[in-house]
Design a protein around this ligand. Sequence first.
Ligand code: HEM
Ligand code: HEM
Length: 245
Amino acid sequence: MAKVIQPFDPKDVVAHPEAYFRRAYVWQVPVRITHWVSALCVTVLFLTGLYIASPILAPSGEPAHHFVMGRIRQIHFAAGIIFVISFLVRIYWFWAGNNYARSGFPFVWRASWWRDLFRQATDYLRLERGHVHLGHNALGGSAYTFFVIFLGWVQIFTGLALYSETNPAGILNKLFGWVIPLLGNSYRTHMIHHLVAWAFPIFALLHIYIVTYDSTQYGNGLITSIISGYKFYRQGDIRNDEWLS
Ligand code: HEM
Ligand code: HEM
């Protein structure tokens, strides 16, 4: 698309509103902060988790002195707790925030949501600009709900249950200890926590690819929006958020 810079002409804006982009504040501060905190935590959790499962360093001497595994586990648990806090803040903001804090929710009982899901999938297949949303589209929202919310809960419950094993008389064991017998035993809980961990880099790869694709296709500042909060839209784009209300 050719980029021509021309002097601002208010009369032309009134005559051809469809040719101009407007700016809207979409992602509020808690959405942006929890996004980057979770992205960072998930990266740290995945890398430290892989080390816990398969320690590649072989330091000599007493483990209590070099404390390599101990330190990696500490980092994993600290990132785990920060991830849980960020998760809870984001859930709170689902109710407290603007409409776009809720736009990713799968409204499966609304026909308009299913239409949006189908339309978004066909837009991608045709490689067309298609329908542009200010908030999340139905397909993106479903991916966040399954990969980050649902599997995030699985990691939080299994992770806290495994963590609680260090103190069987503690409060954490009372709150999350039941997960271990539910899944069979400690080994199976480790296995599920480990298997589900791989969903996160798969999601991150697809997610970064799709937001880069969308940002280029829509020309709406999507990537910078998750830093600044602002997105750009043209006449017609905003209508596609009607299924939200
Ligand atoms: C360079 C890395 C990343 C970039 C540029 C990026 C960019 C974005 C953008 C632009 C959105 C809004 C998209 C929309 O309209 O739906 C978004 C949403 C989201 N991203 Fe990322 N992202 C990155 C990494 C990650 C990672 C690693 C995760 C988690 C594993 C993640 C999880 C999410 C979630 C859950 C949302 C929905 C936000 C909400 O409603 O709270 N992102 N991201
Ligand atoms: C996206 C989130 C997470 C990912 C990707 C992740 C990844 C992993 C992986 C790959 C392992 C090794 C499992 C094994 O083979 O035994 C592990 C272990 C573990 N994780 Fe996570 N984890 C996450 C969240 C959490 C959370 C929220 C907690 C809660 C504190 C947690 C606590 C633990 C514990 C206690 C272990 C076992 C450590 C050990 O046996 O020494 N994880 N994690």
